[in-house]
Ligand binder design. Structure first.
Ligand code: HEC
Ligand code: HEC
Length: 244
């Protein structure tokens, strides 16, 4: 990906010198939030930053056709809703940095588009995305959504695939009175974290809520076999004893 970007940049540079292309970032006509005297280099950096943070393209916010040379775009036009939204976001980011975080006085701690967006248009936590899928289509939809996110984003910083995401969700689903759905989520977690003491413990608890004693016993035994700290192990042992 980095390599490809470098090649593209070099290609752009070569064509630019060959044809003495006009600098699309020089002399902006319709800046309402950014400083009107912004340098071409700074404007270019800002726009590429927007595109990177949202995994967007110029045409996401600007009038122009994908794949066509940027000279054919009308960057000054205000037709696209995303451009207006981006202006509102710019104002918000500046208010956060200048009015709310001003006292911190550490540029490293400044909020940027990336702070929230992390490469996605609708910046939501993994838990929020899964909860949305679950409320729309039940636990199967949440499981399918998890697979889709993993397929597309594993290894990126857009979503969180650590164990706690599904186990926290399972616990709140169980508390809300749906231990069967909780068990489904914990089984999914099991596929990715098969040797987790906590996950087997939680599966045992869900099985107990479902009155499935055999399954509960199996889960608690596996948890003990994996092992943890003495206090947690003693707790699981008590659970097992209560099942005798
Ligand atoms: C997330 C939305 C978004 C994306 C993506 C985006 N821009 Fe922009 N762009 C804006 C906004 C908002 C402004 C106006 C800022 C202001 O009003 O101060 C702007 C202004 C500009 C301007 C100045 C236009 C003028 O004459 O006033 C240029 C040139 C520009 N963008 C080029 C680009 C290029 C090239 C890309 C792709 C690399 C790009 N933009 C990607 C939102 C975006
Ligand atoms: C504090 C968190 C936060 C920051 C920082 C932030 N955004 Fe957003 N942005 C959001 C949220 C939340 C939404 C979804 C809002 C909605 O759908 O109602 C959103 C939505 C958007 C959208 C609309 C996307 C769509 O497909 O509907 C654009 C465009 C956008 N942001 C651009 C930006 C740009 C550009 C920056 C940096 C200048 C930025 N955002 C910084 C939280 C943030």
């Amino acid at each position: 990906m980095k390599c490809l970007m470098l090649v593209t940049t070099m290609l752009l540079l070569t064509t630019a010198t060959a044809q003495e292309r006009k600098d699309i970032f020089a002399d902006p006509q319709n800046l309402k939030v950014l400083p009107k005297d912004i340098s071409s280099a700074e404007l270019s950096k800002t726009m590429r930053g927007f595109a990177f943070a949202l995994d967007a393209r110029c045409e996401t916010c600007h009038v122009g056709e994908a794949g066509q040379p940027l000279e054919t775009f009308d960057f000054a036009a205000d037709e696209k809703q995303n451009k207006e939204t981006a202006r509102a976001m710019l104002k918000m980011v500046s208010a956060i940095n200048n009015e709310h975080l001003g006292m911190l006085d550490d540029p490293k701690l400044q909020v940027s588009c990336m702070t929230c967006h992390r490469g996605v248009r609708r910046p939501m936590t993994t838990s929020a995305v899964l909860a949305e899928a679950m409320s729309d289509g039940g636990v199967d939809a949440a499981v399918a959504k998890y697979a889709e996110l993993r397929e597309n984003y594993y290894g990126s910083h857009s979503y969180d695939f650590t164990e706690a995401v599904l186990s926290n969700m399972a616990q709140s689903v169980a508390r809300a009175g749906d231990p069967a759905a909780a068990l489904t989520l914990l089984e999914l977690n099991d596929q990715h974290f098969p040797r987790s003491f906590q996950n087997h413990w939680l599966k045992g608890e869900a099985a107990m809520m479902l009155n499935d004693k055999d399954l509960a016993r199996k889960q608690f035994e596996t948890a003990l076999e994996i092992g943890s700290d003495p206090r947690s192990e003693a707790f699981i042992q008590q659970r097992l004893d209560s099942l005798q």
